[in-house]
Design a protein around this ligand. Structure first.
Ligand code: ADP
Ligand code: MG
Length: 340
């Protein structure tokens, strides 16, 4: 059982500037699994941008071209669970052996391996074996390797051996094509101005673009409503509100460190350099304001600090905002960027 979803194929994966590199690297890998320098191929990008879809598409294409090759798709959570079970039942070697026999191994969302030393260790050995034997490894992650945390250095260095290709948020044209493609597949016609309205307002998540179409179709058929701009507005509003709530601490750290032109690791580092301390305090402040996380959880995610440090950061930011004009501008700029 390959666990591949045949609907997640290349034909259904609309091409655009935002995904062209990842898509064509995926195609190259599908044409010659294990035979390109894209090994591993790591596809990374934010939620709902097509990582799972594209990784399946590569597997589906390989199965189509090379029916004899064993292709396996697995989420890293499932992989971890299987490994833990194998340790419990004393079948760790069988587990390793099973994975070493695969021709094309696709592991989705490897960021979930972070902090799991045992699973990383076993994956390291499986990876080396596959790679040495010219087998193809395809990985997805919500972050680029440089931004991954709590992943062993030796594994991270393997991730960087091949190609890391980013899936970016689709531009307007691509969003239109994705919507039209979805409507076409569902056999539904929708006025152009409505499609454009949706594409203008849902920007950073393909799953949400599809979600709006699904809701529109459901509303139209259950409640006998027409496809109107008003209906589109109502549905889009719901999606936009829901995403606003979902700002993550990760995202905040990314935005803040980018704003100050440093990387996330620097922002989290132990240094006492003033501008870095301030960046970190701002990240903590926004994490407190914009997420539901506790002080303790914010501290542990922003450089392993304790809750008192986060509390202190929030107070410092409040104080500086009142006394320091430049600092106040930082807060305002960042607020805008984070809520955009
Ligand atoms: P991720 O794994 O990055 O969170 P998914 O692969 O689950 O995202 O994609 C979310 C949804 O958006 C899926 O239904 C997928 O089919 C669709 N999708 C993503 N990118 C594209 C694309 N380029 N063309 C068509 N559909 C896409
Ligand atoms: Mg996914």
């Amino acid at each position: 059982e390959s666990q591949l979803n045949p609907n997640y194929n290349f034909v259904n994966f609309v091409e655009g500037d935002s995904n062209r590199l990842a898509r064509s690297a995926g195609m190259a890998v599908a044409n010659k699994p294990g035979g390109t320098s894209f090994n591993p191929l790591l596809i990374y990008g934010g939620v709902g941008l097509g990582k799972t879809h594209l990784s399946h598409a590569i597997g589906v294409e390989i199965k189509d071209k090379y029916p004899d090759k064993t292709v396996l798709y697995i989420s890293s959570e499932k992989f971890t669970q299987q490994f833990i079970d194998s340790v419990k039942s004393n079948t760790r070697n069988d587990f390793i052996h099973f994975y070493q026999m695969i021709d094309v191994l696709i592991i989705d969302d490897v960021q979930f391996l972070s902090g799991k030393a045992g699973t990383q260790d076993v994956f390291f050995h499986i990876f080396n074996h596959l790679h040495q034997n010219g087998k193809q490894v395809i990985l997805t992650s919500d972050k680029a390797p440089v931004d991954m945390q709590d992943i062993e250095q030796r594994l991270l260095s393997r991730f960087k051996w091949g190609l890391s290709a980013e899936l970016q948020a689709p531009d307007f044209e691509t969003r239109i094509s994705i919507l039209q493609n979805k409507l076409y597949r569902d056999g539904v016609e929708m006025p152009e101005e409505i499609v454009e309205y949706i594409a203008k307002n849902i920007k950073s998540n393909v799953r949400e673009l599809e979600g709006v179409i699904i809701s529109m179709i459901a509303q139209a058929s259950f409640n006998r409503k027409e496809f109107t701009i008003e209906l589109a507005k109502q549905i889009v509003d719901k999606f936009v509100k829901n995403t606003k709530k979902e700002i993550s601490i990760d995202y905040i750290q990314k935005v803040v460190s980018k704003y100050f032109d440093m990387d996330v690791a620097t922002l989290q580092s132990k240094t006492r350099k003033r501008h870095i301390v301030q960046a970190r305090q701002l990240a903590m402040y926004f994490a407190k304001r914009m997420t539901k996380s506790s002080l303790a959880s914010i501290g542990s995610q922003i450089g392993k600090r304790d809750h008192a440090t986060v509390l202190h950061a929030c107070k410092t930011v409040d104080n500086l905002t009142e006394t320091d004009k430049q600092f106040k501008k930082y807060v305002e700029d960042l607020r805008k960027k984070l809520t955009l």
